[in-house]
Ligand binder design. Structure first.
Ligand code: GRF
Length: 208
């Protein structure tokens, strides 16, 4: 392997999944990739503090109402400036267009807090996912890491892990259990897998 895959993590909120990635890299569980940039569309995302506390460069790129192409061009510019080769969406609340995702085939991964194809797609994010799972009455939910293409939550699945629903669960309790038992384990594992594949191929989609 020549060198580590340069990773950007896109965030919008608290960043517990970002923290899991940082911890995994520190613990030597991610060795094929290196998180070199954290990008947030929200200035006040706590995830930015997590990045700064760990000496990782940050960029804030806000999205104006109705804007897409200019927003994505600003994202592409910051990725190119930093030589990024792989993107991890870790609680990033903006949908990326086909114009963007087609430039990064099998180079963007996302974590979704359900077993896709259940409880996913446009509008199904955050606590809503767990509310829907509880309302439906499923007994098992979980998390999915998948490649990102032009269809929200529609790209090829990389890993999934099931989590049991328990009597008395609220959306908040279930959200926490899915994070602890699935998301924080699966996302670093998928990051290593994909970073390794990119490093071994040695190609350079990050500079399109
Ligand atoms: C997670 O539940 C993740 O699955 C979803 O957004 C949430 C982000 O949480 N895509 P955090 O910011 O990583 O704490």
């Amino acid at each position: 392997m020549d060198s580590k895959t340069k990773i950007a993590v896109f965030v919008s909120g608290g960043g517990t999944n970002l923290q899991a990635l940082i911890d995994a890299e520190k613990a030597g569980k991610i060795t094929s990739g290196e998180i070199v940039l954290v990008v947030s569309d929200k200035e006040d995302a706590y995830a930015l503090e997590r990045a700064k506390n760990n000496g990782i460069k940050t960029a804030v790129i806000t999205k104006k109402k109705g804007e897409q192409e200019d927003f994505e061009n600003r994202l592409l510019a910051v990725l190119a400036e930093n030589g990024i080769q792989m993107i991890i969406l870790a609680g990033f609340m903006c949908i990326l267009s086909a114009a963007f995702t087609s430039k990064w085939p099998k180079r963007i991964i996302n974590i979704h807090p359900s077993l896709i194809p259940s409880f996913c797609g446009k509008g199904c994010y955050g606590l809503h996912v767990h509310e829907k799972a509880l309302a439906y009455g499923v007994k098992v939910t979980g998390a999915t890491v998948h490649f990102v293409n032009e269809i929200p939550d529609g790209g090829e699945i990389i890993f999934q892990k099931a989590v049991e629903i328990e009597d008395g669960d609220t959306p908040e309790i279930l959200q926490r259990r899915v994070m602890e038992q699935a998301e924080w384990i699966l996302l670093p594992r998928a990051a290593e897998k994909v970073a390794k594949e990119i490093a071994e191929k040695g190609d350079n989609y990050g500079h399109l």
